[in-house]
Design a protein around this ligand. Sequence first.
Ligand code: 13P
Ligand code: SF4
Length: 319
Amino acid sequence: DQETAYYNDLCTQRFKENDAVLIAHYYTDPAIQRLAEATGGFVGDSLEMAKFGAAHQASTLVVAGVRFMGETSKMLSPDKRVLMPTLDATCSLDIGCPADEFKKFIDQYPDRTVVVYANTSAEVKALADWVITSSIAVDVIEHLDAKGEKILWAPDRHLGSYIQKKTGADMVLWQGHCIVHDEFKHIALEKTIKLYPEAAVLVHPESPDSVIQLADHVGSTSQLIKAAKELPNQQIIVATDKGIFHKMQQAAPDKELIIAPTAGEGATCQSCAQCPWMKMNELALLSEVFEKQDNEILVSPEIIKKALIPLERMVNFKR
Ligand code: 13P
Ligand code: SF4
């Protein structure tokens, strides 16, 4: 529409003037994803976003996603300016794992390798030995387990128990959860599967174990999009934020995408298949990203120094 076209032109011009590149997550507004691609930016899963930002030559990275994604970009490129449409875009996993409490938890298990999800604050990452995302989670823990290491994992309990089951590693788990994925329920999903018996079921591993058990494929957002394209099924049931449908439909244009059922509906469920923080990334805010004074990601050099060790392990990890 006209408004979107207006903001697109404005953003394109402003990015150019400011030597900036836009890096967006799949859960953001499709208009933002399109803009990222049209302006030489990038749309991807959280690991791909981190790698793209670190490798890009632009002096400013504009991150449309949630705060931990902006912080990761900043820590991997401390000399770049990192801006976000709003710093209020956080993540329930990050909120549910405050650094001071996490430090006490770690102190109880001095002999364990501390592995944290990318969905954490910079301060929590600074306490870790490894940072991982869902796309490499199983592979990294397999690698550590093979070396005989015992693991302390935080914060997502569902992803943690999924990794534990897949690898058999010795893990203690922090009990956090994502408010979006935690809403997917297996009884309702079983009913949906009955309605679409030929459909493939794709599940993000932040979902409950009982939902993961019904999956044909479990993986990061990029891995789920790839599966939607490659699996032979014409119908695809998807348990993750429905923002992913934009790129998934592009990857699999002739397939029917069906969102997995959640516990609540409408007004009773604010976070059903839609991350409230990802939604805060509005095109209008993006057009003001260089003028606002309160949206730059800043991380202290001391935290960056510590967090870079586990973060570089994450970006350099090869399967
Ligand atoms: P991905 O790494 O799969 O993109 O996941 C990020 C996320 O926050 C999912 O809720
Ligand atoms: Fe965090 Fe869940 Fe939102 Fe992903 S969907 S950013 S894990 S709250």
